[in-house]
Design a protein around this ligand. Sequence first.
Ligand code: GDP
Length: 424
Amino acid sequence: MVKAVVGACWGDEGKGKITDMLAEEADIVVRFQGGANAGHTIVNDYGKFALHLLPSGSFNQNVTNMIGNGVALDIPQLVKEIEEVVSKGVPRPNIVVSERAQVLMPYHKLFDQYEEERLSDRQFGSTKSGIAPFFSDKFSKIGFQVWELFEEDSLKEKIKNVLEVKNLMLEHIYHKPLLDAEELYATCKEYAEMIRPYVIDSVSFMHNALKEGKTVLLEGQLGSLKDPDFGIYPMTTSSSTLAGYGAIGAGVPPYEIKEIITVVKAYSSAVGAGAFVSEIFGEEADELRRRGGDGGEYGATTGRPRRMGWFDCVASRYGCRVQGTTGVAFTVLDVLGYLDEIPVCVGYDIDGEVTKDFPTTGRLERAKPVLKVLPGWKQDIRGIKKYEDLPENCRNYIEFIERELEVPIKIVSVGPARHDIIMK
Ligand code: GDP
C-alpha cells in the first residue's frame, strides 16, 4: 500500500520529520517531484540533518530510498548528501534512482541565475537550483533522462543539438559565456559513473514491491500553494506538489495511494515572493521567527529568514482539499506556547466581501485577513505523549482548526525530535 506525506501550504511544515518517523514502518520511501531546491530538516538519534534530495527514509536501514522519475536529479548534490550522512555516522543509506529521472545539468543553475538577474526587481526569489529551467527543458523535450548518460553516441549528438539553442540564448538574451559541447559531454560521463551504482528500472521495482505487499511512502516537497496548477501561480514551483502527482513521479497506480497525510503547521511561514494573506511583520513576526521550528524559521537551503504569519484556515483547508487529505499531521504546536492569545485567519475579505474559499492569485493579492483570536495555553508542551494531557486551551486550538480544515487531525507534533509526537 502507498501513503503520501505532503504539505498543505507553502512548505516547511515539517514533512521531513513526519516522513522520518513514518519510515520506521515503511519499506520504500520515494521522492516523486521537485529537486534540491528545498530542504527537509530532520532531527534523530544520529543528529540534525538538512536534506535536499535524499529521501527522509535515509536514516532507516530497512528502507529503500528511491529518487523517482519525477525528480530533478542533481547528481553531484545527491552523492554529496549521501557522503555527508555517512560521514556523520549514519549507516550507508539504501538508495535507488529511476533510470527515467531527468538529470539537472550545470547550465540549468546558470540559466536560473541569469533569468533572475534579467528580471531584476521582478524576480521570483528562486533558490537558483536550476528548477524552473530544468522543468522547462523536460517538457520542451530537450532534457536528459538518466539512461541517456550511458548511450555514448546519441548523447554526443543530443548535447550538440541542445547546446545550439542554449548558446543562442546565452549570446543574445543573457550576454554570458557560451557552453562547450566537449566539456558538457565529459561532465555527463562523470555523472554517469557517479550515478551508475544506483540506477534501476523503477517501474518494475515499484510494481514488484506493491505485488509483494510492501509499504511505500511518497515524500512530497513544498506544499499545495506551490503547486503549478492549484497554487499561487506564477509564484509557485515548477513541478506538482500534490499527492496525486505521486502516481506519476513515483510510477505507482493512482488507486494504490490509500492514505494522504497532509502536514499542516500550527502557524504560517513562507519563502520567496507571492501573496501571503495572514503575514505578520515587525517585532511580532521576529519573535515567532526566532522561536519557530527548531532553532528559528530560516530556509534550510538558502538560510533566508522565512516570512511569518498566523495560521490561515482558508489556505490550509484548500491546501488539504487539493491534496485529497485523509488525515492531517499538525506540527510545531509547541512553538505557540509563549502567546497569551493566538490570532488565526478564518476568512478573506476581498473587495468588501468575506469568503472562506481560496481565490485565484489576482483576488488573493487583494485579500485582507479576517482574524479570530483564540486563548493561548502559556505552557511548554514538549514531552507530552497523550492527547488528554495537553492543556485545555491547546486542545481547543487543535479542535478549532480541525473543524476549519474539515479533515481529521490524526498526528500532533510537539517538538522536532522523532518521538515528540502524539497520535490522536
Ligand atoms: P519540511 O520541508 O516540511 O520537512 O520542513 P522543514 O524541515 O523546512 O521545517 C520544519 C522545521 O521544524 C525543522 O527545523 C524541524 O526540525 C522542525 N520541526 C518539525 N516538527 C516540529 C515540531 O513539532 N516542533 C518544533 N519545535 N519543531 C519542529
